[in-house]
Design a protein around this ligand. Sequence first.
Ligand code: HDD
Length: 709
Amino acid sequence: MTTENNKSAKISQLEQHMVDGNDQRLTTRQGVRVNDTNNSLKSGTRGSSLLEDFILREKITSFDHERIPERIVHARGSGAHGYFELKESIEQFSKAGIFTDTKRRTPVFVRFSTVAGSKGSTDLARDVRGFAVKFYTQEGTWDLVGNNMPIFFIQDAMKFPDLVHSVKPEPNKEIPQAASAHDTFYDFVSLATETLHNHIWVMSDRAIPRSLRMMEGFGIHTFRLINEEGVSHFVKFHWKPLLGVHSITWDEAVKISGADSDFHRKDLWDAIEAGEFPQWELGVQIIPEADEHKYDFDLLDPTKLIPEEMVPVKIIGKMTLNRNPENFFAETEQVAFLPGNIVPGIDFTNDPLLQGRLFSYRDTQLSRLGSPNFHQIPINQPLVNAHNNQRDGHMQMNIPKGQTAYFPNTLGGGCPYLSQISEGGFSSYEERIDAKKIRTRSKSFSDHFSQPALFYRSLSKWEQDHIADAYSFELGKCTHNHIKERMLWLIEQIDDELAQTVSKNIGLVIPKNIDQPINQAIGADSNVDDFQPGPKINYLEKSPALSQANTKFESIATRQIAVLVADGFSSRDFNKMKAALSKGKAIVKLIAPTGGVVTSDSNDEHEVNAAISTTESVLYDAVYIPGGEASIKKLLRHSKYIKFINEALKHCKAIAIDNEAGQLLEQTYGKDFKNDPAVLINGDPQKFISAIAKHRNWERMEKATHIPV
Ligand code: HDD
């Protein structure tokens, strides 16, 4: 949907580069009209093709070079345009226009991604999700390149290639794709214990979101905000989705990967096309410089979060995604995010992971996009004009005027000229440094167990159960017992009961000790013993904000409701339910024995959204079955409907049936769940709606796990 009213200044800028073949003649790239694009030029009708054929050569050459290297990480992604609006100025902390001017609508481009898989891999991998936001501000471009988890695996960028090499497909056999459940990853994780916090988040439901629209985002690092007076405060950035944070089960993830591996991409695209624009609130945790050393963890350590109960998240604005890209390659593939893109009022800290990122992202674009002029690609262009003396390079698109390309100069009138700080000139925060140059790590980074334990303690029972299942699955896929045993020992440092459960599930005993010291990566000359993680400490019993059980359960908008029907279904039942669901903006999908149309008992025809053979239960949020003797008789003939309902039950989804549909429910495990508050028999549509809004009835999980589908 490309309506005029969701056109930002960035979209208008992009439009200047758009090419529309509509109503145009086919030409070569030089504009020469073409009269045959199906046959090459030959020496005779059955003769060889001629080198002279410039039309053939141009077409094939262009095709041969269509691909660019995929991102080394975050290759699989989906993007969207939108805007950010500030609700409340925080000028006392930052002088950035985006944080002081509540009248602005700052255009943004957002790219969500998985990390480990290739460009064509499944959306439903158990993985961290990238959450990268490019703000096209009036003072230049700011990129907040975060994830959907508030912490990272490692503390120093030096270890990033090792982390990525361990999780990517193993180099000898290029297996497995988009999966962390393999030996090399756990070999690394078990040796580098700083990974355990991010790792337990990956074992949690956060790693298998229901939708990209239903996940949080985090800037992760501690950044700085700088105000007009040059005073610095530390800050952590949070994105909070208005739809709440919701996830699916691992069983669904595995099945969706087969049924529709573009599930998240399609979900985002469809919601935006339908005008159901995803929204996130932007929150900040602000810490005065004086409090830098007040906490039991180091603010510069990216494997630590600041619990919201210790420093509240202040909501300051909202982001809305309201427009899909015109072209995947030109926009979503070519967009280049750089954590180093900041604007006056925002600055970096000495977080050693962030510092390495400041180098890596520009560097990677040089091989990915092929030239230092990648900022001239339309999606990467700032909204404000850029003038400097940087010149030439592959694919220079601009024509810089004048005799001079250096500074200072007199021949060019001294232009382009500098800006005073008062005129918006960037100046780095003048942090006082008085230290030795040293290759080591701060001892304040050595606590590796307290926060994974805090996260685990903060979760509900069903979330904890999912974590135990995930560890058991992932370690179950590893083949080396010594790696699995080390992992069991480490999990025990997080939580004893959790380790016991996983140990039972994978059939190995938790070792009393581990043979090899951990964290040897500190440096050959340093004392390894100095860098062993200490036992966990408890500075906060629970952080309720970390549990998805405490998220928003308010809306059924965009939820996909499968309505199982065949000819003769009750129009009375259907119309009543459909009216209620549509009012809540849920999306009703009719699933019938075949495609085409399906006719109700009052002879009205409805378009079928999917034939039962082409779709799967895991693609929907809830199931409704209207009555109608003839319809139910037909549904009973297809075993796939039974499987469909049983799977919905197993995945703790809301199910509603009316009248004769009871006969179908009797043939499923539904007969054992009649007292379940999310299994509604001839129920009030409003009860069905509130069951869908709750996302899942996780209380059902323990019993439903035994449903054999
Ligand atoms: Fe990174 C891409 C997020 C640490 C090196 N990273 C990339 C993307 C996201 C993140 C969301 C995809 C951007 C897009 O959609 O184009 N990365 C993170 C976060 C990190 C992090 C939240 C830690 C807090 N990354 C990190 C380190 C390094 C990199 C420590 C290297 C030292 N990341 C890269 C990269 C990528 C990238 C290789 C691949 C493609 C790209 O940059 O543009 O440079």
